[in-house]
Each structure stands twice: as C-alpha cells, then as structure tokens.
Design a protein around this ligand. Sequence first.
Ligand SMILES: Nc1ncnc2c1ncn2[C@@H]1O[C@H](COP(=O)(O)OP(=O)(O)OP(=O)(O)O)[C@@H](O)[C@H]1O
Length: 211
Amino acid sequence: MSIAVAKGVRVVVGATTVLDHTDLDVARGEIVALMGENGIGKSTLIRCLAGLQRTTEGVILVFGAPPSGDAAFWRDVGLVTDDQAWYPWLTVREHLELIRKIHEPADDPRMEPDALLEAFGLLDRADAAPATLSTGQRQRLSIASVLARPSRLLLLDEPEHGLDADFRERLAVMLGNYASDGGTLIMATHDRELASATEARVIALEAGTRA
Ligand SMILES: Nc1ncnc2c1ncn2[C@@H]1O[C@H](COP(=O)(O)OP(=O)(O)OP(=O)(O)O)[C@@H](O)[C@H]1O
C-alpha cells in the first residue's frame, strides 16, 4: 500500500512555480531521500505531504487521503523542520518525558527518555532548556522528540542540519531501524552519505519530477 502519493503536483507561490508536474509514490517501509539543488522545492514537497502547503494543482494523499492536519493525522506523522517550537519552562529531559507520558506505555524501550538522551548524546544537556542548546544539539532533540512516540511516517526536512559526521552515522542507523520496524521515511536532504547509509531511494527533484 502507498503511504504517500503526489500526483501531478504544481505549487505556485506568488510569481514562482515551485513544483510542477511532480509525482511521488512511497510504499510502507521505504526510506526516500528528496535531493536536488537549493530552491528546487524539496521543503515545499515535504510541506505539501504534511498538509502545510496547499497545492495549486494535483493531489497529495497520505495514508490514502489528503493530509487533514487534525490530531489523528499528526499522531501518525512526525515532522522535523528547522523551526521546531519548545516549551521554555521544560528541560530537554522533560520534553521527552512529556511525550512519553502521553504515549505510555512505551511500545519500545528505545523510546524511553533515558534511552533517547543516551542515543542522541544529550545526557549531559538533559537539564538544560532547549533554547540554550547548540544548533546541532537542538536538531538532535527535534529528532529524538519524533522518535519518542509511535508514528507511521516521518517527514524530515534536512535532518543532517547542524549534525557532526559521527552523529550523522548514528542517525542513519536509527532511521534505518525506524523503517525496518515498518515505518516510512521521507527526507529532504543534501547529505549523500546519509542517503546512502540509510539505503534510501534517491529522488532527484528537478522541474517535473516523476518517481
Ligand atoms: N513562502 C514563500 N514565498 C515565496 N517563495 C517561496 C516561499 N516558499 C518557498 N518559496 C520558493 O520556492 C522555491 C523552493 O523552495 P524550497 O525551500 O522548497 O526549496 P528547497 O529545495 O528545499 O531548497 P534548499 O535546498 O535551499 O532548502 C524557492 O525558489 C523559494 O524561494
């Protein structure tokens, strides 16, 4: 079954045609890397799949229906972009505990806050406020936060943003595990090594993409 489909998608923003005749069909358990030059429309396609960007023409289907944007949709979908919002009064650990609390019992011990802090190299920043983290540490927390709850589809916009080479290798393993556990992952990325380490199906976006 297709988890995410784009058919004949055209997005016009102002005077710019951002996407044109873009097609995509992603099956359950796939990892897809959307690649291509700056401004080609990778983030826009991710936003379309998340229901955050309206298409001018064409159809987007996620789990067989247009992305609804309601809570039930977001229960199944994890989105990571570079504009994550954090509660200023909660620490790094408390963010993960809050997510865990809502979704307990944990389906998987890897979702527990301590396991995530360890896996994401954030143990020594566990009591810090997210705003005081470095760019890469905040990116780690963003990704840890989507992996702290069950989901069926991850939409990641440049997950490598700010991450050092060692951690990108660890991330590739975690994303691979997500997919081998039955999750589906679509990421916009410039990182060829991440795409190759996750054995992603690479879709090179260009004007009029069919994949
Ligand atoms: N809100 C907006 N208003 C005007 N133009 C926009 C808007 N959002 C995106 N665009 C334009 O759409 C095009 C595609 O942008 P997008 O961010 O999707 O590209 P990208 O492939 O993700 O680029 P990058 O690799 O730089 O992240 C760009 O030309 C951008 O200027």
